[in-house]
Design a protein around this ligand. Structure first.
Ligand code: SF4
Length: 224
């Protein structure tokens, strides 16, 4: 005999997801990441630089950097200390410079000089994790992927879509709940929503277009 309770729970969850997408699409019809780039390679470099740094700062740095380094070879042949100096203001510059140089060399040697297009290949690159790989897949190639950053972690929990702070668990839970065609849209829209409305310390719930779907709002701000 079918379990009607689970069936209705499933239907309600589906309805919530559909409404969520609908409302987010109204507020953020065409959400784009705020990093400047013109190619998958530039996006990869900018995303590596964006760790623990604002997109605004990264864009200032890459404006000069991308003019100077136009090809993969430009990055893996540059003296690492020169690159460190060029990206210094983004923080963790030694580690980031090492990642960029090694990453570009690896792409040259193993992927014929082209930034790869799969999660497995991207996460095999030195210094590239699932979040960076998802940003490149979704925004550089239009391939469905969910980048889980601090905003996606916070908002997915507040909405009640997940109950964990583990980025990988959140990514897989969201992939299970959301239709694949909305993956890239969802993470870009939620990141913008986190920056503008659903702020970490003081979320602007009264101005929020998805408050009716939010557990945090329904519980009077009692879930993080
Ligand atoms: S209602 Fe508040 S907590 Fe919920 S998503 Fe909107 S801003 Fe964030």
């Amino acid at each position: 005999m079918p379990c009607y309770k689970h069936y209705w729970e499933f239907k309600l969850e589906q309805e919530k997801i559909n409404n969520l997408i609908l409302h987010l699409k109204k507020a953020y019809p065409n959400p784009e990441i705020e990093l400047d780039y013109t190619s998958p390679l530039e996006l990869l470099v900018a995303t590596i630089l964006s760790a623990q740094c604002t997109d605004k700062r990264v864009n200032i740095v890459t404006k000069t950097l991308f003019n100077k380094h136009r090809t993969l070879k430009d990055y893996f042949t540059v003296n690492q200390s020169v690159l460190e100096n060029e990206i210094k203001s983004t923080g963790f510059f030694r580690q980031k410079a090492r990642s960029i140089v090694n990453c570009c060399l690896y792409i040259q040697n193993n992927h014929g000089g082209k930034v790869p297009k799969t999660m497995t290949e991207l996460t095999s690159l030195p210094g590239v994790g699932r979040k960076t790989a998802s940003v490149v897949l979704a925004n550089g190639y239009g391939i469905p992927a969910i980048a889980v950053d601090t905003h996606v972690i916070r908002i997915s929990n507040r909405l009640g879509l997940v109950n964990t702070k583990n980025p990988e668990k959140i990514e897989f839970a969201l992939m299970k709940q959301l239709p694949e065609k909305h993956w890239g849209f969802f993470s870009n829209a939620v990141i913008l929503h986190g920056r503008r409305i659903c702020k970490a310390r003081k979320p602007l719930c009264n101005n929020c277009i998805i408050k009716d779907l939010c557990n945090y709002f329904k519980n009077g701000g009692l879930v993080q």
